[in-house]
Write a protein that binds this ligand. Structure first.
Ligand SMILES: Cc1cc2nc3c(=O)[nH]c(=O)nc-3n(C[C@H](O)[C@H](O)[C@H](O)COP(=O)(O)OP(=O)(O)OC[C@H]3O[C@@H](n4cnc5c(N)ncnc54)[C@H](O)[C@@H]3O)c2cc1C
Length: 531
């Protein structure tokens, strides 16, 4: 069963090794864990539903609670403290296009606001109901999770949009295919959610981002259904798919998506490669990307992330052994770890591996270590569980991400880290901040920055600290011309900054499209666009 107030399955945990706890205490101080609210106390706070009865809608308080918040830091603070405030008035689980149409008609008749809901893994407030006079209905797509059609000749599959990552892959693998879209939230996020947020998987360098996979589909909008055929290319005016990508539930409910597949690779390996420092590592990664060497992932941690990752692994003897080896090889404290992914047919994979290693070597890296790659692979979808543990030990953790051209990558990362590092000075609190290059392109890269600080006994104060850090980081991103989001989307938290990226004309175009398909403002109000 899923946790109601944190990440993932109740039975899965990520214990914090004592050595790691000592490491965190040394950097930011001992955490002071305030106790969590208990479910039995929170459920009675769910207010009566304002929705008119409908056979497809449940108003069960537990269902409404489990759809009230996503996974942003304010969400975590709200759920753990029980101060949730606003709940959807009901939840519906459609199983067909007709069901979705019926729910849109119900919304039109009753002025209900609909929130399309995939896996609820949003980290920027996408699925949170907002206060207002009208009832709110969450439309959970999880019952629409089947593979409907596989066109093996074209390499296209039609899936219902509520399918979660592991279920999607499980339906493709027996047929010899994969989508290859592996965000860290893979366990719970859905195809529809990926499309609606312009998601990016960890191996996007090889498999592509969701915009590369989304070939077409079916969308139910308030003014009628929209079908997007899976044309390989078209010169027939602007591409409507690009409007649906990143539409965050504002333009319609995606019920089916046609996706572009890859054959299952013969090789899927990961390696750890150490560089002397972040600058040389970044130069090597850029050289690999710009030479077009077809590896599948280039995830380069800075020195602080390298140390922290090793500390959190709790494998003290292995870490000490690696440390001794690195010192012997004259690697100082600025050493940085690259996780290199190799994917593809055997011959092509061998050739990419050789070419990537030769460029790493030219940048004075050590030979690749397979054991580190294996460790990374084992915990790639487990790491989010650490957020639960850290919270319970009195720490709050969040991330910010952006993308900029190569010439700005290092200065931008440095500016964001510095803004966060000093963001709580006035409160006397320290912040642990570290970064990695997470997605790499020929012309630039995205930087993913993690920060950890002590939470306060009062959840509002914890959120206040988070706001100070988040806004300092976002100002640094904007000052360097970065995108306000490379992969997490806009939701509520980034909405105030969208105009800085799109400009007045861009905002006007987006608003006009939104009003043309949803003139009554029924779908997910306040997300992406303030209107
Ligand atoms: C621990 C963790 C790790 C993460 N790692 C990554 C990562 O590596 N890469 C990445 O890209 N993101 C990541 N995310 C963010 C999040 O998982 C993505 O934004 C994901 O795409 C959301 O999918 P979902 O199905 O959970 O959507 P939800 O959170 O349910 O919804 C997100 C938005 O999409 C809309 N939506 C959902 N389904 C539909 C539909 N069928 N039709 C229309 N609109 C719809 C919703 O209305 C909402 O606006 C991570 C999040 C967490 C908590």
């Amino acid at each position: 069963m899923k946790r109601w107030n944190g990440w993932g399955e109740q039975t899965t945990t990520y214990p914090l090794p004592e050595s790691a706890a000592a490491y965190l205490a040394e950097i930011v101080g001992e955490g002071s864990p305030a106790p969590d609210a208990v479910l039995a106390d929170v459920l009675p706070a769910v207010p009566p539903s304002r929705l008119r009865p409908h056979p497809m809608i449940t108003t069960d308080p537990a269902e409404r609670l489990s759809h009230a918040r996503g996974h942003s830091l304010p969400d975590m603070a709200a759920l753990r403290s029980g101060r949730i405030g606003i709940f959807p008035d009901g939840v519906a689980y459609p199983s067909s296009d007709e069901d979705v149409r019926a729910l849109l008609a119900f919304a039109h008749d009753t002025r209900a606001r609909l929130i399309p809901y995939g896996g609820g893994t949003s980290v920027v407030g996408h699925i949170n109901p907002l206060a207002g006079p009208d009832p709110v209905l969450t439309v959970d797509l999880s019952h629409m999770n089947r593979l409907q059609h596989l066109d093996a000749i074209s390499g296209l599959a039609t899936f219902e949009a509520g399918v979660r990552g592991p279920d999607l892959e499980a339906q493709l693998r027996p047929q010899g295919f994969t989508l290859g879209h592996f965000p860290q939230s893979h366990e719970f996020s859905t195809l529809g959610g990926w499309i609606a947020t312009r998601s990016s998987g960890q191996q996007s360098y090889h498999y592509g981002r969701i915009e590369d996979h989304f070939a077409g589909g079916h969308i139910e909008t308030p003014i009628g259904p929209l079908d997007l055929p899976p044309l390989p290319a078209s010169a027939a005016g602007p591409d409507i798919r690009q409007l649906i990508l990143g539409s965050e539930g504002r333009l319609g409910i995606v019920t089916r998506a046609i996706i572009r597949l890859r054959r299952l690779p013969q090789v899927e390996d990961f390696y750890g490669v150490f560089f002397h420092n972040w600058e040389t590592g970044a130069a090597a990664v850029r050289a690999i990307a710009q030479a077009g060497i077809p590896v599948s992932m280039l995830r380069l941690s800075d020195a602080q992330e390298t140390v922290t990752t090793l500390a959190l692994s709790g494998k003290v003897s292995l870490v000490n052994w690696a440390d001794r080896g690195l010192r012997l090889a004259r690697y100082g404290p600025e050493r940085c770890l690259l996780v290199l992914g190799i994917t593809g047919g055997r011959e092509a994979a061998d050739s990419s591996f050789r070419q990537a290693c030769s460029l790493c070597h030219a940048h004075r890296a050590l030979p690749p270590i397979r054991a580190i790659g294996k460790m990374w692979r084992k915990s790639r979808f487990l790491t989010p569980y650490l957020r639960n543990t850290l919270w319970e030990r009195g720490y709050a953790l969040d991330t910010v991400e952006t993308a900029v051209p190569w010439s700005e990558v290092l200065p931008t990362a440095a500016a964001i880290k510095s803004a966060i590092q000093t963001g709580l000075v006035d409160t006397g609190e320290r912040v642990l901040v570290f970064a990695h290059l997470s997605h790499v392109y020929k012309q630039g890269a995205s930087t993913y920055i993690t920060f950890l600080f002590r939470r306060a006994d009062d959840p509002d104060e914890t959120v206040h600290r988070w706001r100070m850090l988040k806004s300092a980081a976002t100002r640094a991103i904007l000052d360097h011309g970065g995108t306000i989001s490379h992969q997490h989307g806009v939701g509520l938290d980034h909405a105030p900054y969208l105009a800085a990226e799109k400009g007045a004309v861009g905002m006007s175009m987006l608003g006009a499209v939104r009003r043309s398909v949803d003139p009554e403002g029924l779908l997910n109000p306040g997300k992406l666009l303030a209107e």
